[in-house]
Design a protein around this ligand. Structure first.
Ligand SMILES: *Cc1c(COP(=O)(O)O)cnc(C)c1O
Length: 397
């Protein structure tokens, strides 16, 4: 039997990155705005925009910085209220706070997607923008969200940090709202250690975001955007200096060609393990929505009929079997449990999201795993559920 695999190692960076990194090390040309021609960062922006089918891209220091600049580039007034899902990573409400806006949390269902009834109820006149975080790559109902937001003339930002390669009705996630934001942090599909990128078709949004990201003086001339949009904002916006460096871009660029393979293998592994988990009465992997083609590198599933004590026992049993599972709501400091976002003040009352977080499990499942390794993960998870709920059945396995 295959032992539970190491799910933490990243994939090696393609060899093609080495020559470019060597060239950059020799020239010392690491800042995006100093080199004479197109910098690696500028080339990455063009390639990423083309790949996604967006007009413009801006690479920055992180997805969080991209989210922050997105909000700033919309010109939202101080104190503007922004709807976000209550199931997301702490960096998302943080980016809203950083942009001097106020996050309003929307309920998320047992399928990890925005609860549309609560979304509609909270989409009141005092909301200025919508930020949809496709948490762990689960896509909420973008047709309904866009229809409701557009009816009110509200901009939608997509946090697609974990959704590169996911499509909705055949459209790339991140291109449906006005702005899409992605991450190059090591646990995402493209790994630069750190980094992020935003895409948009809106010339004014990209011009503002470029300047605020740190294109001081006339560095914006190195961006291929209608130049009068930049001229309009010259000296009028603060500089947050959250640019991406050339070394990071050189690490990402050769990975772009790997996206189709990583997406295909990640989906294959996920769907295979999901089928095995769903065959167990104690585990449930929610189905994707109809228009959604996912690109997962991890798996989320709910424990069915478990008490708090049994949930903790399941985590322990899975760990004993070599698979680390995190139940989002079961640790004091999980950054994805909204009640731990104490920087927002008192946690709102969100019973549906809370109930989900108390039983929703998170396990990594990288695209590089073999079928035998996926089997090992599935056997360990089902075995752990049986250890807790049906110890006689599990005995001896
Ligand atoms: C990783 C992640 C972020 C933050 O990305 P950084 O590049 O680390 O800032 C935001 N949202 C989601 C859904 C993520 O998965």
């Amino acid at each position: 039997m295959t032992l539970a695999p190491n799910v933490y190692d990243a994939e090696p960076i393609p060899d093609a990155a080495r020559a470019e990194i060597e060239r950059l090390l020799n020239s010392g040309d690491l800042f995006r705005y100093t080199c004479p021609g197109d910098s690696p960062v500028a080339l990455l922006e063009r390639e990423f925009a083309d790949l996604m089918g967006a007009k413009y891209a801006l690479a920055v220091a992180s997805c969080s910085a991209a989210l922050f600049l997105s909000l700033k580039s919309l010109g939202l007034p101080r104190g503007a209220r922004v709807l976000i899902p209550a199931f997301t990573f702490a960096a998302v409400p943080s980016s809203v706070v950083h942009a001097d806006c106020v996050p309003v949390l929307v309920e998320v269902g047992a399928n990890y997607r925005v609860d549309m009834a609560d979304f509609e109820a909270k989409l009141t006149d005092d909301i200025s923008a919508v930020l949809i975080s496709h948490m762990r790559g689960h896509t909420s109902d973008m047709d309904a969200i866009m229809a409701l937001a557009e009816a009110r003339g509200l901009p939608v930002i997509e946090d697609a940090a974990h959704s590169l390669g996911t499509t909705w009705n055949g459209r790339n996630i991140g291109t449906i709202g006005k702005i899409g934001c992605f991450s190059f942090q090591s646990y995402k599909l493209l790994n630069a250690g750190e980094g992020g990128i935003l895409i948009t078709d809106d010339a004014d949004v990209i011009a503002r975001a470029v300047i605020m990201s740190g294109a001081y003086e006339h560095n914006w001339k190195k961006h291929p955007v209608l130049q009068d949009h930049f001229a309009r904002w010259q000296n009028k916006l603060p500089l947050y200096n959250t640019r991406l460096g050339n070394l990071s871009a050189a690490v990402v660029r050769p990975q772009l060609a790997e996206i189709p393979r990583r997406v295909r293998d990640g989906r294959r592994n996920h769907d295979y393990v999901a089928t095995r988990l769903n065959a167990c009465d104690w585990l449930n992997v929610p189905a994707p929505l109809g228009p959604e083609q996912r690109a997962p590198d991890s798996i989320q599933f709910n424990l069915v009929g478990f008490s708090d004590a049994e949930t903790l026992a399941f985590q322990d049993a899975a760990a004993r079997r070599g698979v680390k599972v995190q139940v989002f709501g079961m640790s004091a400091d999980n950054a994805r449990a909204f009640w731990n976002w104490q920087f927002l003040g008192d946690a709102p009352d969100l019973p549906q999201t809370r109930a989900m977080l108390m039983r929703a499990c998170d396990a990594r499942l990288p695209a590089r795993l073999t079928r035998a390794e996926c089997d090992a993960v599935a056997i360990a998870l089902v075995g752990a559920a049986e250890d807790v709920k049906d110890p006689q059945l599990a005995y001896g396995t």
